[in-house]
Write a protein that binds this ligand. Structure first.
Ligand code: B12
Length: 210
């Protein structure tokens, strides 16, 4: 089994104690981007096992920890040598604790050369407004995995409007319950199907601004 296959397997088997050493070792012989792909494939497999009722919430939490442990190790290797293209404030919306997709998006944006301010998960609109001000952000990126919390995107839009910042930033979002039509209905500018799409959209926004 290759080192990359092993990493995927460790995520699927929830081997939290071994993931750190395996990722560090794999970095000696593999590109960080390929390790990211292996981690994501493991997470996709875990998602399937959850839907097939083989795995339950505790397994999902553990898989999330495996994924995030791996991401933290590879992050510095993804961004090596790139200079910032613009500033993005990213978070998962209030009420939503899913942060794996957001972390993948954040990691890819960093690796593409953006200055990314990651506020984490379950973030309220005022914290986002504050971060936009403090960091003079160009883009607000939001993740919502729960149908119940997509409405929070609208609350972020309103908070930015009230702070007089809505015209200064573009808002992009991602997560399975969303599509472009819904994103626009909620007042956002762009929906992203996946993290790679997020990078393309961010580049498009910054190019249009330049
Ligand atoms: C892992 C997981 C959890 C973990 C999360 C751990 C963590 N640290 O994130 C835990 C156990 C905490 C969890 C909890 C719950 N979960 Co859950 N969870 C999942 C699961 C299995 C996988 C999600 C995931 O991480 N996928 C892997 C990542 C890489 O993919 P992704 O998130 O889709 O992100 C990609 C794109 O969407 C996009 N993207 C996402 N965000 C963004 C943002 C930007 C800016 C960009 C550019 C792109 C982008 O790019 C990413 C990569 O390409 C999904 C089912 C599934 N198969 O998706 C259910 C799922 C999302 N959960 C669900 C539910 C119901 C819950 C709970 C309510 C369960 C409960 N009864 O308690 C709670 C909610 C808690 C809360 N308040 O948030 C439902 C949501 C249904 C809905 N539409 O509302 C799902 C769909 C399962 C199901 N089929 O019922 N969950």
């Amino acid at each position: 089994m290759s080192e990359l296959e092993k990493i995927k397997e460790l995520v699927v088997e929830l081997e939290i104690d071994d993931i750190e050493s395996a990722v560090k070792k794999a970095l000696e012989n593999n590109e960080a981007e390929d390790i990211l792909k292996a981690l994501s494939e493991g997470m996709t497999e875990v998602g399937k096992l959850y839907e097939e009722k083989e795995y339950y919430l505790p397994e999902l939490v553990l898989a999330g920890e495996c994924m995030n442990t791996g991401l933290e190790i590879i992050k510095p290797h993804l961004k090596a040598g790139l200079k910032s293209k613009g500033t993005i404030v990213i978070s998962t919306v209030k009420g939503d604790l899913h942060d794996i997709g957001k972390n993948v998006a954040s990691t890819l944006l960093v690796s593409a050369g953006f200055n990314v301010v990651d506020l984490g998960k379950d973030v309220d609109p005022d914290t986002i407004v504050q971060a936009v001000k403090e960091n003079d952000a160009d883009i607000v990126a939001l993740s919502s995995l729960l149908t119940m919390t997509v409405v929070e995107i609208e609350n972020v839009v309103k908070a930015l409007e009230e702070a007089g910042l809505r015209d200064k930033v573009k808002i992009m979002c991602g997560g399975a319950p969303l599509n472009q039509e819904l994103a626009e209905k909620l007042g956002a500018d762009y929906n992203c199907d996946d993290a790679t799409d997020g990078v393309d959209v961010a580049i498009k926004i910054l190019n249009a601004k330049a």
